[in-house]
Structures are given as C-alpha cells and as structure tokens.
Design a protein around this ligand. Structure first.
Ligand code: BGC
Length: 769
C-alpha cells in the first residue's frame, strides 16, 4: 500500500521516450460505438501492445517509478494499482495518452473496501446493519472519495461466504448467508457504480474472490477448496452472481483451487460458468501474483505453461506478475497460444476502460492540476456524519442484563482495555487511505459524549492485546512506517492492578477487548477463537471487583465468548467501526442511539464446533436432547448450537411478534403466498429491529437446509407502536439447484419461519402445488 513520488522523475523519463514514427489514434468518430471502436483499436495494435494491456502493475517495490513511466509510454502497461494521488497518476496517464503509440488510457485501481479517505465499518459491521440503503450509501461515498483521488476501479466487494471464523478474511466479507450476502453485494455494486462506471464520481466494481475463497479448508488462508457442485450453486455462488447481475464490471479471480483446479487456471469456472452460464461481459483480473502461483500449485511446469493455462482459462489481466508480459508474445508466435485467446482478453480490458469512460476522457477522474486537493488527507475531505450513522447501525447488542446499558452521563465510568484507545485498530484492515490520527477511539468518543456532563471518564489500559511476542512480531511484520501493535512494557500484573484500582473508583466498568485489526486479515488465520489470555486475565480481575461490567468488543471474526457471556452484564459487538467508530459506539453506550444490528454470522461456542452456520443441511439423526448416548448428532462435551445465533441482536427496547399468518395454505405455480406478522414495540424507547423470514423445504429430491433466509425488513417503531409486515413468498423463493444442477421449485410443503433471529421463530406451512 505504499506510494511514491512520481512527478519529479516523470519528466525526465518521458523525455527519454522516442516519439513513435507511426502514431495510431483511437478513432473519435467511432467513439459512440463500443464494439466498433475497440475492434478498430485492436486492428492497429501489435502483439506486444496487446499483451501490454493485460499487465496490471502494483505500484511499489515491484516497479521503480522511472521505469514505470517508460513502460507506460512504451505501451507495456494496462493499469496500475496502489497509487491514490492525482499528482502521481496524471503523468502516467499523460504518458499513456500522449506518448504511447496507441494512445490507450491507463486505469487506476485500488482496494476501496469499506470506505476510502473515510473508513466505514468493516464488512461484518456493514452486514450487521441489515440496512441496504445504508450500505449503498457507504459504497456511494467511497466511490465519490476514490474518484476524487483519480481511482477508476475498486477490488471490491468481497462476497465470499465465510462459515469458518478461523479464516482471517471473514472480516472483509458479509458473513455466512447466501441471501444476505447477495443483497449486500448488490447494494455495494450499485453504490460504487451508480448506474454507470463512466460517471466522473463512479468507480467500477470488481467483485471478488471468484470463487469460493471463503471455503478454504480449515479456515487457513489460501488453502484448497473442495466442494460439491450442489453446495457451490446453492450456497457459495449466489453472491458473486448477484454482484454481476447488479452490473459489476470486473471479477477478481480467487487464489484457491476449486475442486482440484486453481481458479486462475479453471476453464470451467471462468468460461463455462462465468461467461456462458452467467453471461458475464466484463473484465477478469487475477489476484496478486496468482498466475505465477500456478507453478506452486503444481499445475504448471514453468512460466510458459502458467501463462498459457491462465490465458486459455480466461484470466484477462495479470496482477503483479510478469508471466504474461514475458511469455505470451512468444507463445502466440510459436502457435502454442491462440491469438484469439489474447484478443479476447484485450477486448475485455479495453471494454472495461471504455465502460469507465476513459476513452471519452482519460482525465475524467484525475482532473486538472489546479484542482488537485491541496492536502489529499485533509479532514474536510472526510464524510464523518454518515460514517457515524452507518457505524451506529451495525452495532450488535449481545447482552444487557439489568439494563446495565445505556450508561448514565452522570456516572463515573472506568474505561479499560487494550482497544479502548486504539486508533489503528478502530479503522479495520483494508483501509489504506484512512488516516490513523483522524480516527476516533472509544476513549475519545466517550470523552466527547461526556463533555459538559457531570460524569467522569477514568482510563487504564489494563492489558496488551496479547502478551505473545511471536504474535506481536507477526502483526507488525508488514508495517514499514510504524508498528501496528505497540506493547506497554509494564508487567501484565502491574497493568491489571492499575485497571482494578481504576475500576474500584467507578460506578461501572467498560472494557474494550477483542483483536488487533491485523488478527483478522489476509493471511491471518487463527486456531483459537477466544480472547487472548492477557485480556481474559484482565476481565477476570475486573469481574472480581463486583462492579457492573460492560464489554465492548472490537474484532474481525466471530469469537467464542463463553466466559464473557456468563460474566458480562452487557456486551456490545462493534467489529471495527471505522473513522467515527468511537463516537458511534459512545452514542450507543449512552443511549443516544439504540442498537439495532443483527449478527450476519453465527457466533460459535468453540473452535471444535466450527462450522456453526445456521442453515445447515438436515441429517438422519439430528440432535435431540435426552439421555446421554442417544445416538443423535452432537458434541458430548459442550452444549449444542451457536452461542449466539445468526440474525440475533438486542435493543434497549423490547419487540414482540404476533402470530404468523399466511394468505393461503397452497400456492399454485407462478403464484405467491403472503406471510404477515405484526411486530410491536412493547418497551419504552423507540427502536429498530429486523424481522427475518426463513423457509424450509420439508421434503425434496435432495437434502435441504433446516431453514434459509429469504427476506427481511428493518422497521423503526415508537414505544407501543405496532406494524403489520407483509412478505411475498413467491415460487422464486422456493427454488434451488437439485442434484442435476437444475434450478427450480419442487412441489410439496414449505415451512415459513419468521423471527427476530434465526432460532426463535413463528411457523406456518403451505403447499406448492
Ligand atoms: C488480495 C486481494 C487484493 C489484492 C490487491 C491480494 O493479496 O487477495 O483481495 O485485492 O491483493 O491489493
């Protein structure tokens, strides 16, 4: 994610470029006919120029600046990523459109994942809001901020279904459920592209990681994926498809294998499924270095074979490896790779640039030098108010015994914990352009809330995130500028003593605990899901003071919170809430906002129980409580089921559901049944909740899940207010892929389940005729 100063070196580099004798030009008279325009360009391109378009450079050590400018002017680069500064991009674009023979513009990419200058909550936090308008707004603002920095395309959203919390990238995606993740995928793509990636304040969305990356074995990053086709089609593929149907212009290919063949060499995946079955018309991009990795996977003998496999499979653009550049021209000339395969890839790259609006105006997002922001990192460029609102929306209240929350603003509060004042962590990972110093910690947020109030905020760190030096070293290994995790050098006991003494002076203790952000990241898989020992020891000592204990959790994966559930008086899951995280969490803690988030993942009891997803297929001996050894499916050393189920989340008010009624007990083909239910706010505060509709196919040709989310509505109710919600259950909601991968609904009974989480539901049955 580092960047460098280009402008000082570019002029010299460009001057060194010889003017080409035969200047070609994009033909302006064809500009409004995409296919003809691109065909005309391709007719004029040399093989080397074509291969140049397939090359995506990661700015940084891979390519020194002077060399990059030369290569662009020579027509050897299609796009770059990791520069986020119009000043850096302008000379490169000038080299492309004024110096290179074909005048083809570059594109500039970046990982705009949960915000850009403003950091919004991480994927799991966004998903916890179950609020698609809010998520669309996040993507819209991210696009506006990124486009203003000259970015044309984002490697986002991540829509990998993740059912194994050991996987560090659980944090990036939207959880375990195909339907919810699909809705989020659509909202993100719509927000980024806003009707057209050609608009100046839109960016193209490149959905990732295609496909099945979240299902890496054992949750270990980059591991193999082996999965039945039925599970693939029903559970893991729908979110990518939803993003594509929403118009995503790009697809990033996953690093993993898909049933024995790496995704980057997988013809079935990239052609039969993506292009033929789904009709995808956009650009495919390899993940970082993935084509070279075909050799490590052991499917390519050498670079030649790696390049051939990837281009034949349908990898249009190669990210950050030189295999295409080095090998494709020779392979085509010797007849080992068909010109047609290269041409197909080039057409997609040019097509994407066309769709981004770059042929109409290569400087669409780079603008004029005089309009460059004086300080790209200026606070005035942030969207703080929406960031705070969105962050509030995604907070999940897991416990609230004796109405411990909201806190009173007249109280003395002891704020402790390694994450209480942690700016870096609050931003979450993949927030490369968010500025640490602009991020509001919980300590700052609570301080803001208490300013002018009689309450007092005491603070003690209490513990390091971990005392394990090897883990600290791991978390700090990539950070060139400053260490990601800083250790307090006092002894663990001294820190705990200070925290306990602080707690004793307070009416209530708020402990901010969880993970350092890097613990939930790419290549950060864990074998344990509990809080690190240093923090467990702190919590036990705090508990022993007898003061009410509120836990604020900052973490990027589902954690196993058994002790915490038993011992905390209140518990708020905040994930990593972004730039305005501290203010948003303080809003919730003091009751200025009423939590309404719902879990987009099941929280497990232990690693041993993983996977703990709610929509598991039925089995012949489901767990039935009863005498020990009753030969039903269970772990004998632990209670069954999730610690907190998918869809769960409390509020400061109470909601009650009435009876579920169906408009009809039978549904004709192509018809619908209306399910209605009344939800009442029976508490004394206004609040929002999410009413969730699940369906179970009671008997089918293949084993179906115990339930599947098919719809939901988020409603705001005043105290005492009630609303009757109606859900249309259509035949479409009953469809699935059977053993022959035919998609359809099978006649028979369906059990409709409506609840405020996935576990406690009202039920009613109808029959599809
Ligand atoms: C990640 C991608 C990311 C790319 C570029 C890779 O290591 O897997 O998700 O988009 O780097 O930063």
């Amino acid at each position: 994610m580092s960047s460098f100063k280009l402008s000082s070196v570019t002029a010299a580099a460009l001057a060194a470029v010889l003017a080409s004798p035969a200047l070609a030009q994009p033909n302006p008279s064809l500009l409004n006919n995409k296919q003809a325009f691109i065909a005309d360009l391709m007719r004029q391109m040399t093989l080397e120029e074509k291969v140049g378009q397939l090359r995506l450079i990661s700015i940084g050590p891979e390519m020194p600046a002077p060399q990059l400018a030369r290569e662009v002017a020579a027509g050897k680069v299609g796009g770059t990523f990791n520069s986020v500064n119009r000043k850096e991009q302008r000379p490169l674009q000038e080299a492309a459109v004024k110096q290179s023979r074909m005048r083809i513009p570059m594109f500039f990419a970046y990982d705009v994942v949960h915000g850009h200058r403003t950091s919004f909550p991480i994927g799991l936090g966004l998903a916890s809001s179950w609020d698609m308008d809010s998520v669309r707004r996040v993507a819209r603002i991210s696009a506006i901020e990124a486009a203003a920095d000259g970015i044309d395309i984002t490697w986002s959203p991540t829509v990998d279904i993740a059912r194994d919390p050991r996987w560090g990238r659980s944090s990036e995606g939207f959880g375990e459920d195909p339907y919810l993740v699909s809705q989020l995928a659509r909202a993100m793509v719509t927000g980024f592209q806003n009707g057209s990636p050609a608009k100046a304040d839109s960016i193209m969305s490149s959905v990732k990681h295609f496909a099945l990356y979240g299902a890496v074995e054992g949750g270990r990053d980059y591991n193999v994926v082996d999965m039945s086709p039925m599970r693939m089609y029903n559970d893991y593929l729908p979110p990518y498809k939803a993003a594509i149907d929403a118009g995503a212009g790009g697809v990033m290919i996953a690093l993993n294998t898909v049933n024995g063949v790496p995704a980057s060499a997988n013809k079935w995946l990239l052609q039969d499924l993506l292009r033929k079955q789904w009709g995808f018309k956009g650009l495919t991009v390899s993940d970082h270095g993935a084509i070279t990795e075909l050799m490590r996977h052991g499917v390519a003998r050498d670079e030649k074979e790696a390049a051939r496999l990837a281009i034949e499979a349908g990898v249009d653009m190669s990210m950050a490896d030189q295999v295409y550049t080095a090998e494709l021209p020779g392979l085509v000339r010797s007849g080992q790779v068909k010109q047609r395969d290269v041409d197909n890839a080039v057409r997609e790259v040019l097509g994407a640039k066309y769709d981004m609006g770059l042929f109409h105006d290569p400087f669409l997002r780079i603008g004029k030098a005089e309009d460059d922001p004086v300080d790209p990192k200026a606070d005035s460029r942030l969207h703080r108010a929406p960031a705070r609102e969105v962050a509030r929306n995604g907070l999940v209240l897991l416990e609230n015994r004796n109405k411990t929350l909201p806190l009173k603003k007249g109280a003395t509060i002891a704020l402790v914990g390694p994450l209480a004042d942690a700016q870096v962590d609050m931003m979450g990972v993949w927030s490369g352009q968010a500025v640490t110093a602009q991020t509001v910690t919980l300590r700052q947020g609570m301080g803001n809330a208490l300013s002018g109030q009689s309450g007092k905020l005491l603070y003690a760190r209490g513990a390091n995130v971990t005392n394990d030096p090897a883990l600290v070293e791991y978390l700090n290994f990539l950070n060139w500028d400053s260490p990601e995790v800083t250790q307090d050098r006092r002894s663990p006991q001294a820190m705990i003593d200070e925290a306990v003494a602080t707690a004793r002076q307070a009416d209530v203790v708020v402990a901010a605990v969880g993970e350092a952000r890097g613990m939930s990241h790419e290549s950060s898989s864990r074998t344990r899901l509990d809080l690190p020992e240093s923090q467990q020891a702190l919590l036990k000592a705090l508990k022993a003071t007898g003061k009410p204990l509120v836990l604020v959790l900052l973490n990027g994966r589902p954690l196993a919170l058994n002790w915490e559930r038993e011992n905390a008086d209140a518990m708020l899951e905040t994930w990593f809430a972004g730039t305005e995280g501290g203010n948003a969490i303080a809003d919730a803690l003091f009751g200025d906002a009423n939590p309404s988030g719902k879990l987009p993942v099941s929280l497990p009891r232990s690693v041993g129980q993983v996977p703990t997803y709610y929509n598991y297929p039925r089995i012949g001996r489901p767990f039935t409580p009863g005498k020990p050894g009753n030969y039903t499916s269970q772990y004998f050393d632990e209670p069954q089921g999730a610690l907190y189920p998918f869809g769960y989340g409390l509020s400061y008010t109470e909601f009650q559901l009435g009876e579920l009624t169906l408009s009809n007990r039978s549904m004709p083909r192509g018809g619908k049944v209306e399910a209605s239910i009344t939800v009442t706010n029976t508490g004394d505060r206004a609040g929002e909740t999410v009413v969730q509709l699940y369906i179970q196919d009671l008997a089918a040709s293949v084993v179906r899940p115990v339930k599947e989310l098919k719809d939901f509505q988020k409603v705001m109710l005043k105290p005492g207010e009630k609303k009757t919600l109606r859900f249309d259950v259509t035949e479409d909601k009953l469809k699935f892929y059977n053993a022959r991968l035919e998609y359809g609904a099978e006649a028979g009974d369906f059990n409709v389940q409506v609840g405020l989480d996935s576990q406690t539901v009202k039920e009613a049955v109808f029959e599809l005729k």
